[in-house]
Design a protein around this ligand. Structure first.
Ligand code: PMP
Length: 368
């Protein structure tokens, strides 16, 4: 691994004059939900065509002032990331593989014709904000308490101009939100809706980038899912309507009876999850055989019916690893013939959480 610069001093700190009262903060941390409450500060770096990246700062959290003609409000030139900070038993605070998010943020920026932020600026912006707002990182009450501080870096086209061209002014921010477990009720299997009409991404499009537009385009399908009592949407490929891609906000894995663990191979229509990559690595440690290859909806249906597929699970930073209990489609529901206890998903989940919360040794240098 390339060592990362640790000079967060280039972020000028402008502390808030009105920090949240400790009592109020503790009440929020005791029951944070997800994405509702935000810490006292945010990180910010400005970019202009002339000056490049400059004015690194940590400043009070608060509304942005944007001209109504700001490009992002019209053409959606925007990208974002999601990273969690975990508090270990000794009180120290750690992020998990943030350099992978930094790399993905640069890939997203290239696709959206936004300026690339260096990996050092990305990781240091997280460190600078965490240094200021570390009191907002929840202290887990037990091993079952999966609370963390969710960090949301994002970049917007802020130039006041209605022409359709890459913005000459861009702002990068990091905000932070204390988070409880994403799905309440632990590792209870979730129901997923198969979108047969809407597509998430097409070849040559933006599927591999983490841009707001991808999520805006997924919401109509998400509404269908909710109407069918499903919490997430599974998308098929746009060309053949046959190959499994991923969920609206998570990657998918299939566990086979013979110990193979399969996830769709990466194309430009799939978001490369940091959790996905970590699961592929940890699966080897568990004696499983990871495979990245195309997997069709027919293989899911037939494998589930025959018992060849023993588990299906989704993974991502927010929800870690979540077993998929059933796939609801317009033609009926796909359930696993051998509905087991999702033992592989649970094992991988525990491995991942033990690493993130510092309960096992970080032999790969995944913690920063
Ligand atoms: N796919 C999509 C579409 C996502 O939004 C996410 C969440 N970032 C993921 C997969 C999982 O990625 P990660 O493991 O990096 O959170």
């Amino acid at each position: 691994r390339r060592p990362l610069a640790v000079s967060i001093e280039r972020f000028t700190v402008l502390p808030t004059a009105q920090p949240t009262a400790p009592q109020i903060r503790d009440d929020i941390l005791a029951n944070p939900g997800f994405g509702r409450y935000f810490t006292d500060h945010m990180a910010h770096v400005r970019w202009t065509l002339d000056a490049g990246w400059h004015a690194h700062e940590v400043r009070p959290y608060g509304p942005l002032t944007l001209d109504p003609a700001a490009a992002v409000l019209h053409y959606g030139q925007e990208i974002f990331e999601g990273v969690k900070a975990y508090r270990h038993a000794d009180g120290s605070v750690w992020t998990f593989r943030p350099e992978k998010n930094a790399e993905r943020f640069r890939r997203s920026a290239r696709r959206l014709a936004l300026p690339e932020l260096s990996d050092e600026d990305f990781v240091d912006s997280l460190k600078a904000l965490l240094a200021q707002d570390q009191g907002w990182v929840p202290t887990p009450a037990s091993e079952a308490d999966e609370s963390s501080l969710y960090l949301r870096p994002f970049m917007i086209a802020s130039e006041t101009f209605l022409g359709v061209r890459p913005s000459h002014e861009v702002d990068y921010y990091v905000i932070a939100s204390p988070a409880a477990a994403y799905f309440q009720g632990g590792v209870k299997p979730v129901s997923i809706w198969l979108s047969s009409h809407y597509k998430r991404a097409a070849a040559g499009g933006t599927g591999f980038a983490k841009c707001g537009g991808n999520y805006a385009a997924s919401l109509a399908a998400q509404k269908e899912a909710a109407a069918h009592d499903c919490s997430q949407v599974a998308f098929l490929d746009a060309a053949e309507n046959k190959w499994i891609e991923e969920l609206g906000g998570m990657n998918l894995f299939f566990v086979f009876k013979d110990g193979r663990i399969v996830t769709p191979r990466l194309t430009d229509t799939i978001l490369e999850g940091v959790t996905r990559d970590s699961v592929l690595t940890l699966a080897g440690d568990e004696g499983l055989t990871p495979e990245e290859r195309p997997i069709s909806i027919d293989e899911w249906r037939e494998g589930a019916a025959s018992g060849e597929i023993t588990e299906v699970f989704a993974c991502g930073t927010a929800a870690v690893i979540t077993p998929v209990g059933e796939l609801v489609t317009e033609e009926g529901s796909i359930r696993l013939a051998a509905e087991g206890d999702n033992e592989v998903a649970k094992r991988l989940r525990t491995r991942l959480l033990d690493l993130q919360y510092g309960r096992s040794e970080d032999t790969r240098g995944w913690l920063t």
